[in-house]
Design a protein around this ligand. Structure first.
Ligand SMILES: NC(=O)c1ccc[n+]([C@@H]2O[C@H](COP(=O)([O-])OP(=O)(O)OC[C@H]3O[C@@H](n4cnc5c(N)ncnc54)[C@H](O)[C@@H]3O)[C@@H](O)[C@H]2O)c1
Length: 369
């Protein structure tokens, strides 16, 4: 008999691509999604989940009755529904991301639903600014958030206690977590409760900490969609591309196809049970180089505008992916491919035909520092 997979947030970017891949492999797909802004501008199912034989449940993952109904008869759960942003409505992050996860385990334990595995979507943001080492003393430390005073004078780099620039160490799964924003904090709580309740109640659980995921269907209305959304909309609108700080900050980007392969591997491989994995691109990009690449591929006349900043941005965010690589997974798609496929989809109006790049540029103004 076909196994059924519940995908919360399955009408979104990662969830819908994962649904397609699982569907191709013969799984039955059930999606629970409340089709909420900013990802969805209208409370309607996007075309890419229609006509594929998916069972679609419109509802809130924090609603006990709806979630219990969605869990009935399910074998596996991907928990993707989330609130992801840079705004100051702190409590909403914990409601959508953390409460929903606690409710998931509560209902499974209460109703003895025979769930074989839960895969929880987490993020690089749980690492915050991460770990640094001092070149001379070799001492490692976890820096505090940079001060507003330092950022205002363009003092971007993270310093050792005696003042010289410190060296960033790519995030490893077993390092101390020091999230700096509500999103990261809410996902840290999700990880803790998922792994704890999973062990206590015998529900195999895996945490996947994605780096910045890129590809078609990523809602351009979602501020969280990051540099790709911002640079792409600015390139298309022909306005300056805003590169934060001095552009020397680094990130790692991963293509959606690689993320989907990691998701499927996690579902099938029992070695992933009760483990946490970074799922990243395996390559560090300076943001300024990424902006130049977007500009080149889109053939945009836009100039680069450097020097603005956001208060809680991390200076460097790059994941070490050696742990998941040991299971035979590694990224196959490069950043050029991600940019090209995103632009193809974006310019065809994949998200909303009436969408104009200039409107998206305006969205950027909603970000606080
Ligand atoms: N995209 C990335 O770069 C990235 C990086 C790291 C982690 N993640 C995590 O991966 C997961 C999927 O991200 P995504 O990029 O596909 O996001 P997305 O916004 O495209 O999809 C999320 C979906 O969840 C739904 N949703 C939100 N709140 C809900 C609620 N209360 N009840 C039911 N549905 C709700 C939305 O309507 C949306 O369809 C999230 O948990 C996110 O935190 C994403």
């Amino acid at each position: 008999m076909k196994k059924t997979v519940l995908i919360t947030g399955g009408a979104g970017f990662i969830g819908s691509h994962t649904a397609d891949a699982l569907n191709r492999q013969g799984y039955k797909i059930r999606i629970l999604d409340n089709l909420t802004p900013p990802t969805h501008q209208k409370p309607q199912w996007p075309a890419y989940v229609l006509g594929r034989g998916f069972e679609l449940i419109k509802g809130d993952v924090c609603d006990r009755r709806i979630l219990a109904k969605a869990l009935h008869g399910v074998d596996f759960v991907f928990h993707f529904a989330a609130y992801q942003d840079q705004r100051q409505d702190f409590s909403r992050f914990f409601k959508v991301n953390t409460l929903s996860s606690a409710l998931l385990y509560e209902l499974i334990a209460e109703n003895k639903f025979p769930i074989q595995k839960i895969i929880l979507a987490s993020t690089q943001f749980v690492y915050g600014d991460g770990k640094y080492s001092c070149p001379h003393s070799k001492k490692e430390f976890f820096p505090e958030l940079r001060t507003l005073k330092a950022l205002k004078i363009g003092d971007w780099s993270i310093k050792c206690p005696h003042g010289s620039p410190a060296k960033f160490i790519p995030f490893k799964e077993d390092q101390k977590l020091t999230p700096t924003n509500s999103y990261g904090l809410s996902k840290q709580a999700l990880e803790n409760l998922g792994l704890r309740f999973g062990k206590t109640y015998g529900i195999p659980t895996t945490v996947l900490r994605y780096s910045i995921v890129q590809g078609p269907r990523q809602s351009p209305h979602n501020l969280y969609s990051g540099a790709m959304r911002i640079f792409a909309s600015q390139s298309l609108a022909g306005v300056p591309i805003t590169v934060y700080e001095d552009g020397q900050e680094t990130r790692d980007f991963i293509n959606i196809e690689d993320v989907v392969r990691a998701n499927l591997l996690t579902l099938k491989n029992p070695k992933t049970n009760f483990e946490t994995f970074n799922v990243g691109g395996g390559r560090s990009y300076r943001v300024i180089d990424f902006a130049k690449l977007v500009k080149k591929i889109s053939r945009s006349p836009s100039s680069l505008l450097i020097g603005a900043f956001r208060r809680t941005d991390t200076r460097h965010a790059v994941s070490n992916i050696s742990k998941i690589k040991k299971l035979g997974w590694s990224p196959r798609r490069n950043t050029e491919y991600s940019i090209k496929t995103y632009f193809e989809w974006f310019t065809k109006g994949g998200f909303n035909k009436k969408l104009h790049a200039k409107d998206l540029v305006k969205l950027q103004e909603g970000i606080h520092i």
